[in-house]
Write a protein that binds this ligand. Structure first.
Ligand SMILES: Cc1ncc(COP(=O)(O)O)c(C=O)c1O
Length: 413
């Protein structure tokens, strides 16, 4: 046996990723063939599933999509997105909480992922550190690595389970000792994988501390706020946007808007990156550099998703209908979480602080061992570095009962 043959360029050598979610899903399906589908709980899937295991889609979105012109949607969209789509994404993101006296621009991206990609690419240099919390969505690391950056972490929450602003800025300052730009990826509200949401006061502290670190400092702070799950968070979850006002010109906020979950359009790959700045120059530069990167990567984005958003945004009745459909599913999600969390509390199972969202998380010392043990009970969870992810979005409430007890038992073994 000789050395492994490789034709990859040096920077790509050894590049591969164990798709743990796919592996857990396959294992669950294999087990279902043996013991019957009804006896297996597959909490690995990151999409909202109905009681019968089918993907939840919103009827209003489906209707809007069906009524769109194929010819129009088949033609190219502008590189940075349809102007009305850009406006719709801005309006729907901020609702009544648009920051005052600031400049804005949006660029269409393939899902929220595209915006994360461009933010990493255009606001950090090769070899730079990119900061996010210690519980985080795995693709942040994949994207940072893919672009030759290094993902580093701060503590998401402290001993009292409050957002750890102090640790975040400690890490930002460390980054500022070697970099002029600090890019921080924050996923709130309804964080994946924990369901944690920063409070309004947390955001106030983040903004105040950010101002202190940027005013006349010669250092640039870029906060990327990933709001992929915001439409499943409680009313009022957008209020923090109003805080992004009166920022120094070197404090840029970019918001990652995604239609995947909020409009059940996962596969249509539609989203936007929205910049907020007090400086018109920074906004113009944001638009030009990111538009260039669109051309230099995926070119333009799927047009039909943009057209669907424009239609919904222009029609108040349709939008109200969609919001009602979404609210129904948000209530179901909250119910699933409540069942799990009440049982967890009664059996003494620790969980990460959950507020809303598709997932919740159980901290564990040896996640792969606990996950393996649970497969014997026909319960399939995704082991993360620091715990187990429970995709309540994929489990009907009837099957949630008993899960916390099983997890607690497996952890005590
Ligand atoms: C935390 C988080 N951010 C962003 C996304 C982006 O998804 P998409 O690119 O499909 O919009 C996801 C999807 O799972 C996610 O969980």
């Amino acid at each position: 046996m000789g050395n492994q043959v490789s034709m990859l360029a040096k920077h790509s050598f050894g590049k591969k990723e164990e798709d743990i979610i796919f592996a857990v899903n396959t294992a669950a399906n294999e087990k279902a063939k043996i013991v019957g589908k009804e006896n297996v709980i597959n909490a690995s899937i990151g999409a909202f599933l109905d009681r019968d295991g089918s993907l939840v889609t919103f009827p209003t979105v489906e209707k809007v999509m069906k009524d769109l012109s194929f010819v129009e949607s088949a033609s190219y969209a502008p590189i940075a997105g349809m102007p009305e789509f850009q406006q719709a994404a801005i309006d729907l993101t901020f609702a009544q909480y648009k920051p005052k006296d600031m400049h804005f621009k949006a660029i269409s991206t393939p899902g929220g992922s595209g915006g994360i990609h461009h933010a990493i690419w255009n606001y950090t240099d090769t070899g730079d550190k990119v900061l996010t919390s210690d519980w985080f969505w795995g693709p942040y690391r994949t994207m940072a690595t893919e672009m030759g950056r290094e993902l580093t972490n701060f503590r998401l929450y402290d001993e009292n389970k409050n957002f750890d602003t102090a640790d975040m800025y400690k890490k930002v300052e460390e980054i500022f000792t070697t970099q002029d730009n600090a890019l921080v990826l924050l996923n709130s509200p309804a964080h994946n994988p924990t369901g944690f949401s920063m409070t309004y006061e947390d955001w106030q502290a983040v903004v105040e501390e950010g101002k202190k670190r940027t005013e006349n400092s010669g250092k640039n702070l870029i906060l990327f706020i990933d709001i992929a799950y915001i439409d499943f968070a409680p009313e009022g979850s957008r209020k923090f946007f109003e805080l992004f006002t009166d920022l120094p010109p070197n404090f840029l906020v970019i918001i990652g808007f995604s239609m995947s979950k909020s409009y059940t359009m996962y596969g249509y790959r539609t989203g936007a990156m929205i910049a907020v700045s007090s400086s018109e120059d920074v906004i113009t530069e944001f638009y030009e550099a990111n538009q260039f990167s669109c051309r230099g990567t995926w070119s333009n984005c799927t047009k039909i998703g943009q057209m669907a958003l424009i239609t919904l945004w222009k029609d108040k009745e349709l939008m109200a209908q969609l919001e009602e459909e979404r609210a129904g599913y948000s209530r179901r999600l909250a119910n699933r979480a409540r069942i799990f969390l009440e049982e967890a509390e009664s059996v003494g199972l620790e969980t990460c602080p959950y507020e809303s969202g598709f997932f919740l998380t159980v901290p564990a010392a040896n996640p792969p061992a606990v996950a393996a043990k649970l497969t014997e009970e026909n319960l399939f969870l995704v082991p993360l570095k620091k715990g187990l992810r429970v995709a309540i979005c994929a489990i009907p409430s009837a099957n949630i009962e008993g899960m916390a007890t099983k997890i607690k038992k497996a952890m005590d073994l």
